[in-house]
Structure formats: C-alpha cells, structure tokens
Design a protein around this ligand. Structure first.
Ligand code: ZN
Length: 312
C-alpha cells in the first residue's frame, strides 16, 4: 500500500470487521504450508523490529514489525554462491541494514556481495535504502524504470524479462507496472516462488484509475510467464486481509490478530487477473476473498463508491 489516507474507505472497511470473530479465529490457526510460525501481530510491545523466517537455508523472509510501521512490509533475502539479493528495504522506522548484516553473519555469509533491489519505489519499500549507502561490496539499484531496466538488462520495458545470476541461482525480473511505474516481480526458480510486491498480495491492490489497463496488461504478461514457469507461491509486500474471506484490516490498524497467511498459491494469479479483467470502465472498490481492488483517486469530485473512477 501507499500512504493513501482515506477516511471514507476506513469507515467502509471498519464497518464490516466485527462479525466473523469466531470463524476468523478458526481460520487463523490453520498452519502455513511454508512458515513454521505465525507472523507477529503487533500486540506484544516487546515485539522485535523484524521477524525472520526461513523458507530454506538460503531464502529468508523478514517482516517489519507493525510496531515500527503500520505498513508492516515483507522483505526477502535470497543467497547464492556469489552474491545475495535483498528485495526491498522496508519502511522508515527500523534498521534494515543491521538486520540483514546480522542474518548474513549468522548464516555464514558475512562479506558476500549484496545487491539491494526493490519491487517498486514507494516509501514503504525503499525506506531502508540509506542504511546501505557505503556498505562494502553492495549495489543499491535505483528506483526509476530506467534504473531497473538498465541494471537487469531489460531492453524493451515492460515486455522483456530481466535476469540476475546470484551464482548457482538465477532470478527473473518481470516488469509489472500498474501499482507503480517501475514495479517488478521477481521469480526464483530455486524455490518456484514469485515475489510479487504490491501487484499481488493478500491485501488492498491499489492502482491509479487511469493505470488499471496497464496493471491488467502486466498481469497478463505474468500469466504468459507462468505458462512456462512453475509458480508454487506468490509472496507479496504486505498482508492486509483477515483470515476471514473478504475481510480486511483498517489501513492503519496496529494490531493484526487473525491475519491472512502471507503466501498465496500460484493460481491466485488467475484470480487477480480475472478480477482486473472484470472491473469494467469505472473501477470500484471491490473485495474478493483473498484481496481487494482499490482504485485511486478516492472519491474524486465528491463521488463515492461504486463510481470512484468515473469521470466527473
Ligand atoms: Zn507497499
């Protein structure tokens, strides 16, 4: 999400939050297929700034605590034989570099060259960049489309797919503008995971009304990619949905008990693609079981849903 503030939206969302407590609790204890622990909920005042869970010995997920940012973004660290790749640096309010340095040291990878990239340039994904300035053997990829295309060798943006070789582990970088101009998804063949940023995640899929078509085209290209690459899971930038289908937390809720799992199965790509294909000429706020379409600008010219994107 971005720092979109919308009182009306919050009211709409909050009005529907209370009904399913029992069902939500039952769903919330369903175990993850990937992670050993539930993600921290923000309730514990002593919650650490980052919670780290491993997918395998060379793949780690860092969740920035809700106590440091309501965005509570997820960051990903992939380790190859020659270099490590950090996908996103989080929101301001936590020392991402210190956490990454600790993690690399604890896993015997201190001194491994590091590439820092971003799914996109919104503040809650690049907020920790400054900490990496001057770090030895470290490249921080810039935030513009040209920066991203240049670094990953993407000649024709957004149609081509870039790559980065970490040593015994290659990732593909897919341009997916729509949520943000330089948005990319990152596919890791080693884990068959698509790191999907804010384009697909269990939460409010935000887009500027005029860019809905670009978003949909990006999803179509990812679907083409999925025809020839097995995607087991989509891991995105946030969780904002509750475990109860179609229910979301308020944007700035500091506690997220009963949160939806982070991971979405690969076939969720089809669900999101179909949702975008069906939004019509005037996109509106539309809840689905595992995500929500959130057009912007909100409430132009005093209009309210379902016609937020309708020209005045
Ligand atoms: Zn975000």
């Amino acid at each position: 999400m971005t720092r979109l503030t919308n009182l009306f939206l919050s009211t709409v969302l909050l009005a529907s939050l209370s009904a399913c407590e029992t069902q939500e609790a039952a769903i919330a204890v369903q175990p993850s297929s990937i992670f050993a622990q539930a993600w921290n909920s923000g309730i514990d005042p002593d919650e650490p700034a980052f919670q780290v869970q491993e997918i395998d010995a060379n793949t780690f997920v860092l969740r920035q605590s809700l106590r440091t940012s309501f965005e509570a973004p997820f960051l990903y660290l992939l380790i190859g034989e020659d270099k490590a790749l950090l996908i996103d640096t989080g929101a301001e309010g936590a020392d991402t570099r210190a956490e990454v340095d600790r993690l690399l040291a604890d896993t015997g990878h201190a001194g491994l060259p590091l590439v820092v990239m971003h799914t996109h340039g919104h503040g809650d994904h690049v907020g920790g960049d400054a900490g990496f300035a001057g770090r030895p053997d470290t490249i921080v990829v810039g935030h513009t489309t040209d920066d991203v295309a240049g670094f990953f060798g993407i000649d024709r943006w957004p149609d081509d797919v870039g790559t980065l070789d970490l040593g015994g582990r290659k990732v593909d970088v897919l341009p997916t503008p729509g949520h943000h101009a330089s948005h990319v998804m990152v596919y890791d063949a080693a884990t068959r995971i698509m790191f999907s940023g804010d384009a697909i995640y269990p939460g409010r899929l935000y887009f500027v009304c005029e860019e809905a078509g670009e978003y949909a085209a990006s999803l179509d290209r990812v679907a083409d990619f999925a025809e020839i690459h097995q995607i087991d899971w989509l891991l995105g930038g946030h969780v904002e949905m509750k475990a109860a289908p179609g229910q979301s937390f308020g944007q700035q809720d500091k506690s997220r008990r009963g949160e939806h799992l982070l991971e979405l199965p690969g076939n969720a790509l089809g669900d999101v693609t179909a949702a975008f294909a069906g939004i019509g000429d005037y996109p509106r706020v539309t809840p689905f079981p595992e995500f929500m379409l959130l057009p912007h600008p909100a409430d132009p010219a005093g209009m309210s849903p379902p016609d937020w994107c309708k020209p005045a």
